[in-house]
Design a protein around this ligand. Structure first.
Ligand code: 6GU
Length: 226
């Protein structure tokens, strides 16, 4: 999979993909992330990419011309499965969205700043609009990093134990059960007996029960299929 990210603060996306699982995905050739600085493509002076909004009001808007130039340049080289705009008024990003996007070949992600991007870019280029939750970030970059991470780890071959994503929280509308590692007794705080029993059926049953309990306590809406 190739992901092209358009940003006015590319430095924010310098580190997130260069560690751990995202690093492995890239070194295995399963994921390529290219970050493009929008200012490098503006036809306006001094790297200008934003301007006052028509109709008045506080806050700048990202101009259509630099975005159109960069989007069209990228589209010349390959077809994009989705051109995604990161925005707090987009559709909520959920595990099922990540699952679906992890099967694509080419994604473009536009990070908004200020008051957002000119509506005409959304109408004529963007195919999908994503929010990562009901709160406002100062820009789309951190949200884009969340989306790329959630998608990237699902690309076949990225996780070492291919089955492990199947047991993630949310994959089956349940939160994950508690996990433990050595030592079995830490300061007198002991690991549940069943996990030491060596009986995989009992272990599975316990994990399922704990997952249900945790979900009922913390996120009952998930059990109602919401
Ligand atoms: Cl995608 N962008 C911004 N600026 N804020 C957000 C968001 C995105 N998702 C939630 N809050």
């Amino acid at each position: 999979m190739r992901i092209d990210i358009i940003s006015v603060v590319p430095d924010l996306l310098e580190s997130p993909f260069n560690h751990s699982i995202m690093k492995r995905a890239q070194s295995r050739g399963l994921l390529e992330v290219h970050v493009h600085n929008l200012r490098d493509y503006t036809p306006y002076k001094q790297g200008q990419v934003d301007d006052y909004q028509y109709g008045g009001g506080a806050g700048m808007v990202m101009m259509p011309e630099p975005l159109a130039i960069l989007i069209e340049k990228l589209k010349e080289d390959r077809g994009y499965d989705e051109i995604i705009y990161m925005t707090p008024d987009g559709g909520l990003f959920e595990q099922k969205t990540a699952n679906r996007l992890s099967l694509k070949n080419n994604l473009m992600i536009i990070c908004g700043h200020y008051k957002g991007i000119d509506e005409r870019i959304r109408q004529h280029f963007v195919t999908m609009e994503i929010s990562i939750g009901d709160y406002v970030l100062s820009g789309g970059e951190l949200a884009a990093a969340v989306v790329v991470d959630a998608i990237g780890r699902l690309i076949p071959g990225v996780l070492n134990d291919e089955t492990s994503a199947l047991f993630d929280s949310y994959q089956d509308n349940l939160l994950a059960p508690p996990v433990y590692t050595r030592p079995a007794d830490f300061r007198g705080w002991v690991v549940p007996e069943v996990l030491l029993s060596g009986d995989p059926k009992k272990v599975d049953a316990w994990r399922h029960e704990e997952a249900l309990k945790r979900t009922a306590e913390r996120r009952p809406n998930l059990l109602e299929g919401e």
